[in-house]
Design a protein around this ligand. Structure first.
Ligand code: FDA
Ligand code: NAD
Length: 426
């Protein structure tokens, strides 16, 4: 048994939702498009899971954050898909694929065939077991990738009011969950191996600003070490976290955010992979011309950097989704994907944005003792990246534009003197 579609999107996350809207805008016919997702709900804005979803009051719940509200577009509820003749196959995993025969086999035993496949499988959270520590299955150890994880995190948080949490990992999940835990009046200790938080993006100076702010909100930092084991009670609940530096921390709950791996497993040996993702060209087309990839799972050419990158951020998921639909439906009118990376986060009352690449020399601007400050990255004589905390909409637009234009920078001291006004006037 099986069904056949012209277009199939494998994965029902952020990228799938934005692609669906674009398909409708471009006039897809009823019955042509199918989205298959192992999550039980229609595509939603995943970033809400570590922010609005975790608020102690007036928390965000579906259907309020279905895509595409994150980009101020329509909110695509299950009814919307129905009205537009898009088949949503939810709560159903794809367990194998055959790109030569253009078929997918689902966990329910159905074979679904396609003319064009868009892979939007995103990524999975890395488990502690992959670093030699066991205990991920304990009821008070939480990860955060899917809505089911977020529901569980809320339950665990509510089971220990005023309790102690250890957050493992100093990246995005660690920082955003630590802030949410504090807002829920849980005491937080963050543990990570690097010298400072957000080591993939922040300089130590930028990181220090956030760490000091977190400390002022009661967060304790233990840096330069990792978890070595858990202690459990007789019910299998974690009672303490043992660190490699010899420290033992009593806990009521643990949140783990130690990175991700793109979900490429269904295509290994069938498609070319690069940088841990599915390698695609500027049309977002893989090594098989009937298969495209978007979002976290895609490794695509970033023209401005002259190299292939795989990004793990919502803006690239949204933009690559929109581009792939143009590539497929209007190939003659569509150029190559020309994307400047954009990352952001919001924690407590803080909010930052980053555009471009964090390579080269760093020039700071603004007042780090105040609320607005930032940094530029200058490489090979050009501005290639810009960061801003506490900016206005116009200021964020200015740093985005400046990064896209890559102006020549001859004098770093002059850039420092001009600060944010350089981007505003470029
Ligand atoms: P996404 O993970 O959204 O969707 C993939 C979907 O495919 C999932 O529904 C998955 O279950 C499904 N799937 C996978 N394999 C399957 C299979 N075999 N069969 C069926 N279905 C399958 N970024 C940012 O820029 N700013 C932010 O503030 C945040 N905040 C944030 C918070 C949290 C908690 C997370 C986990 C992530 C973020 N991100 C973020 C990152 C951002 O959410 C991420 O880059 C996008 O969700 C990527 O979109 P995709 O559609 O590629 O994957
Ligand atoms: P990450 O890559 O941002 O951070 C991983 C962190 O894990 C590192 O900073 C490091 O401190 C830590 N780590 C690595 N190995 C460790 C070990 N053995 N023990 C302890 N710590 C270890 O990944 P993440 O924070 O897990 O986020 C997952 C994904 O979600 C990423 O793709 C991220 O981009 C995305 N996300 C993005 C946002 C945002 O853009 N605002 C917010 C939340 C999540």
């Amino acid at each position: 048994m099986g069904r056949a579609f012209v277009y199939v999107i494998l994965g029902g996350g952020v990228a799938a939702g934005y692609a669906a809207l674009e398909f409708v805008k471009k006039g897809v016919s009823h019955g042509e498009l199918c989205i298959i997702s192992d999550e039980p709900v229609a595509p939603y804005e995943r970033p809400a899971l570590s922010k609005g979803f975790l608020l102690p009051e007036a928390a965000a719940r579906l259907p309020s954050f279905h895509t595409c509200v994150g980009a101020n577009e329509e909110r695509l509820t299950p009814k919307w898909y129905k009205e537009h003749g898009i088949e949503l196959v939810l709560g159903t995993g794809v367990k194998s694929t055959d790109v030569k025969r253009k078929t997918l086999l689902t966990t329910t035993g159905e074979t679904i065939s396609y003319k064009i496949l868009i892979v939007a499988t995103g990524a999975r959270a890395l488990k502690l077991e992959e670093f030699g520590v066991s205990g991920s299955d304990a009821e008070n150890v939480c990860y955060l990738r899917h809505i089911a994880d977020a529901n569980r995190l809320v339950d665990v948080m509510q089971s220990c009011p005023g309790g102690n949490a250890v957050v493992i990992g100093g990246g995005y999940i660690g920082m955003e969950c630590a802030a949410s835990l504090v807002i829920n009046k849980i005491n937080v200790t963050m543990v990570f191996p690097e010298e400072h938080c957000m080591a993939r993006l922040f300089t130590s100076k930028i990181a220090n600003y956030y760490e000091e702010y977190y400390k002022s909100r009661g967060v304790n930092f233990i840096k330069g070490t990792v978890l070595s084991s858990f202690d459990f009670d007789s019910n299998g609940k974690v009672t303490a976290v043992n660190l490699r530096d010899g420290t033992t921390l009593s806990v009521d709950m643990v949140v783990v955010g130690i990175g991700i791996r793109p979900n490429t497993g269904l295509f290994e040996g069938q498609l070319t992979l690069e940088k841990g993702g599915i390698k695609v060209n500027g049309m977002l087309q893989s090594s098989n011309s009937s298969v495209y990839a978007i979002g976290d799972v895609a490794a695509f050419p970033v023209k401005a950097f002259g190299e292939t990158r795989r990004l793990e951020h919502v803006d690239s998921a949204r933009k690559s989704a929109i581009h792939v639909v143009s590539s497929i439906m209007e190939p003659n009118k569509t150029g190559e994907f020309d994307y400047i990376p954009f990352f952001y986060s919001r924690v407590f009352t803080l909010s930052w944005q980053f555009y471009g690449d964090n390579v080269g020399e760093v020039v700071y601007y603004g007042d780090m003792s105040g609320s607005a400050f930032g940094a530029y990255w200058v490489s090979k004589g050009h501005l290639v990246g810009a960061f801003l905390e506490g900016g206005t909409k116009e200021e964020y637009e200015a740093i985005a534009k400046a990064t896209r234009l890559r102006p020549a920078i001859e004098d770093l001291t002059e850039l420092e003197r001009q600060g944010l006004s350089f981007a505003v006037t470029v």
